[in-house]
Design a protein around this ligand. Structure first.
Ligand SMILES: Cc1cc2nc3c(=O)[nH]c(=O)nc-3n(C[C@H](O)[C@H](O)[C@@H](O)COP(=O)(O)O)c2cc1C
Length: 462
């Protein structure tokens, strides 16, 4: 008998969030009926989580930054006025609220390896993994804002390659704590003998490295996944190598589909070099979906977005080292930079100096996301299937233009069509950890993963 044909490739589906009013949709917090400004209220998060679980999303993916955007116009004023990722709150702290009102929804939380030490972070993640019964992932980032470095006592940003060296050692420490410090079965909770934990099944890690010295033992007992699902946001050469060693899910992007396909191939090659199954690494991209019952519904949504979109928010988010609004449109970007004394600013390196300021600003104003599906539900589904089958991504982080409208539109118009076409599962698998949801064979890191080397040989039960 011939092997059965494989079914259609399924879509991994995350809702993209940030604990702030304006994440990546500049100015749209003002859209009528948008609840984004309620992010300080725990009710915003519990409502969001319930809706996301009703819509059978795999996870809420929480981005984060640890400094204000202050390059544009030499200060944080524009970011503050626009609500651009400031004010913003800690992403980890909203997870228990969302977990308490859901049973299946996962949570991928961003945390940077560059500034805060690994020991307390490992404990916080273990706590979340326990409280959620294994529904958390960690989006490993190395950060990119110079302002973040200054918040942690450094004069400026750490060089890109060094950030990744720190990140590698950070991973060694947390793997040792999560995978190696406690044996399975160390906690016996034996009332008769008065023993809660068998002391000889827990040990120090005694890490003594270039950037960190951590004694251990880990303070948390092993959580359902031990190491939470390792996610990483990257598109650079250093990042690709790191992803090959560590990432189980890569959040990536690029200027076009071909660039993203190249990154996917490069990470898979790096994973194979590190002895891992290249197909075990999955890829998600940030995606825009704007849909409605009819073409005119879609047109109306686009018109509302155009009305509220903020160009200054986009400039501040892009950390432009000059102000296009302060120059005549026919001046070149190079001339504008020189006039502002910014020709040698690090942020000016990739700017198109020959273009006029007017053309440059217009390009930023109409900048489309690399993955953008706008139209009737059938057209959107066809686009998503093209991304899965032809570009090679595995899933999306859905950009929210409107809370909770974006989610409700997807739930009503796109989710059922994806399920009918075999692109989404029919419901959740009870008790599944986030690692299993994203393709893992079990709740723990696979044996060939870099982190599994930190496991101690199983101790036989006496
Ligand atoms: C798709 C994508 C999403 C990212 N999201 C975040 C984020 O939420 N917070 C953050 O500090 N950095 C984020 N980063 C940047 C990372 O911090 C990364 O360390 C930075 O150096 C850019 O990645 P790369 O240089 O390895 O491509 C993101 C990067 C990419 C490519």
């Amino acid at each position: 008998m011939e092997d059965a044909l494989p079914g259609p490739k399924p879509l991994l589906l995350n809702l993209f969030e940030m604990n702030c009013v304006s994440h990546i949709t500049h100015g749209l917090w003002r859209l009528p009926g948008n609840h984004r400004h309620e992010f300080n209220d725990i009710g915003y998060w519990t409502t969001l989580a319930r809706l996301a679980e009703d819509a059978q999303f795999d996870a809420v993916f929480l981005a984060d930054v640890i400094g204000a955007y202050d390059v544009y116009r030499d200060g944080p004023q524009t970011a503050l006025r626009e609500g651009l990722q400031v004010p913003s709150n800690d992403p980890m702290l909203v997870v228990p609220a969302m977990a308490a009102v859901t049973d299946h929804l996962g949570f991928a939380v961003t945390f940077s390896t560059s500034y805060e030490p690994p020991f307390p972070f490992a404990r916080r993640m273990s706590t979340l993994d326990h409280l959620t019964k294994g529904r958390v992932g960690w989006n490993v980032v190395t950060s990119y804002l110079p302002s973040a470095a200054r918040n942690f006592g450094l004069p400026g940003e750490i060089a890109h390659d060094e950030r990744y060296r720190i990140a590698d050692e950070f991973m060694e420490v947390v793997y040792a704590l999560w995978e190696g410090s406690w044996d399975a079965g160390a906690v016996v909770a034996d009332r008769e003998r008065g023993v809660f934990t068998e002391p000889d099944r827990v040990r120090a890690i005694d890490h003594d490295g270039t950037y960190f010295r951590v004694a251990g033992p880990h303070l948390s007992s092993p959580s359902p996944q031990r190491t939470p699902l390792v996610v990483q946001a990257t598109a650079s050469a250093d990042g690709i190598e790191f992803a090959g060693r560590h990432a189980e899910l890569v959040f990536t992007g690029g200027p076009d589909h071909a660039a993203v396909a190249r990154t996917i191939a490069a990470v898979r090659e790096a994973a194979a070099r590190h002895g891992r199954d290249p197909r075990s690494v999955k890829f998600v991209v940030q995606a825009t979906v704007i849909t409605g019952h009819t073409e005119s519904d879609v047109t109306a949504k686009l018109a509302a977005h155009a009305r509220y979109d903020s160009l200054e928010g986009r400039f501040a988010h892009a950390s432009l080292p000059f102000d296009p609004l302060a120059h005549p449109a026919d001046r070149t970007v190079g001339e504008a930079l020189a006039l502002e004394g910014r020709a040698d600013h690090p942020g000016a390196a990739g700017l198109p100096r020959q273009r006029t300021v007017g053309e440059f600003a217009a390009a930023i104003a109409r900048r489309e996301r690399t993955f953008s599906a706008v139209g009737t539900p059938d057209a959107v589904v066809a686009q998503i299937e093209h991304w899965l089958d032809d570009v090679g991504i595995d899933g999306i982080n859905l950009t929210q233009h409107h809370s909770y409208g974006t989610l409700l539109d997807f739930a009503e118009l796109i989710g059922p069509r994806l399920r009918a076409r075999g692109r989404r599962p029919e419901g959740y698998v009870p008790g599944q950890t986030l690692r299993e949801r994203f393709g893992g064979a079990g709740p723990l890191l696979p044996g060939e993963h870099t982190g599994a080397r930190f496991r101690r040989a199983a101790v036989p039960t006496p």
